[in-house]
Design a protein around this ligand. Structure first.
Ligand code: PXP
Length: 257
């Protein structure tokens, strides 16, 4: 059976990127989170990076205090971030890889190679009642590792699929990347892992991912904030929500991955 409802987590990092370009308070990511709630988001996602290039500690405090939607805190597996997460007690924490010089989270976490390091983070967060997900590439060994680590949720990195679409829309690479995501979502289901997906998704690329029935949540940010320049944030989120719902409805009960 297909999961009929697909949650949308709106990532507000790049509202903070624009704010930080001038150092003042505008535009406020917490205000963006409130708009997202009004537009139909099911959750807010924010990545507190080690270098604080966009979201700040104060943003996290305000998001947990002022927003009614569940907060998904993206974090690197470091002691500093663990302490912050345990203090902030968000609804969820998504462990992501972080490299100082990258412009964005370029690939998934090496859950397989990093088992020894990651176990403590998964355990501490879980014991605090925080839902833990691991942001991984859609590869079987990474899903198996997430299972061994005891993470209840995986988020599949859709960046390679999105990039393949930009390079050659409808081409063989895009189909191949989508197939990897579909296969990984099916494996997640068979392993009893809740499956999310995200990174680089746009109006053009969201449909086929939204049609994969065992994916229950998408996290989308950069495109929505970019599109807001042209039509407003509420309108960009509403359109994304509508495209997700349409793809889910059209997939009917058939494409359950
Ligand atoms: N999911 C995770 C784990 C991420 O790290 C990001 C980027 O911060 C996203 C989803 C959203 O990606 P994008 O901003 O490209 O939509």
């Amino acid at each position: 059976m297909i999961n009929r409802y697909l949650r949308l987590g709106v990532n507000i990092d790049h509202v903070a990127t624009i704010r930080n370009a001038r150092g003042g308070p505008h535009p406020d990511p917490v205000r963006a989170a409130k708009v997202a709630a009004k537009a139909g988001a099911d959750g807010i996602t924010a990545h507190l990076r080690e270098d604080r290039r966009h979201i700040s500690d104060d943003d996290i405090a305000r998001l947990t205090g002022e927003i009614d939607l569940p907060l998904n805190l993206e974090m690197a597996a470091t002691d500093e971030m663990l302490e912050i997460a345990l203090r902030a007690a968000p609804h969820a924490a998504c462990i992501v890889p972080e490299k100082r010089l990258e412009v964005t989270t370029e690939g998934g976490l090496d859950a397989d190679g990093g088992k020894a390091h990651l176990g403590r983070f998964v355990d501490r967060l879980r014991n605090a009642g925080i839902r833990v997900s691991l942001f991984i590439d859609p590869e079987p060994r990474q899903l198996q590792a997430a299972k061994v680590l005891g993470a209840p949720v995986v988020e599949l990195h859709t960046g390679a699929y999105a990039e393949a679409n930009h390079a050659d829309p409808g081409g063989a690479d895009e189909a191949c990347e989508l197939e990897r995501i579909t296969g990984a979502a099916a494996l997640a289901k068979s392993l009893g892992l809740e499956c999310h997906a995200g990174h680089g998704l746009s109006f053009d690329t969201v449909g086929p991912v939204a049609a994969i029935g065992s994916i229950v949540e998408l996290n989308i940010g950069h495109f929505l904030v970019g599109e807001a320049i042209f039509g407003g944030l509420e309108s960009s989120i509403k359109r994304m929500r509508a495209l997700m719902d349409k793809a889910r409805a059209e997939a009917g009960g058939q494409k359950s991955a």
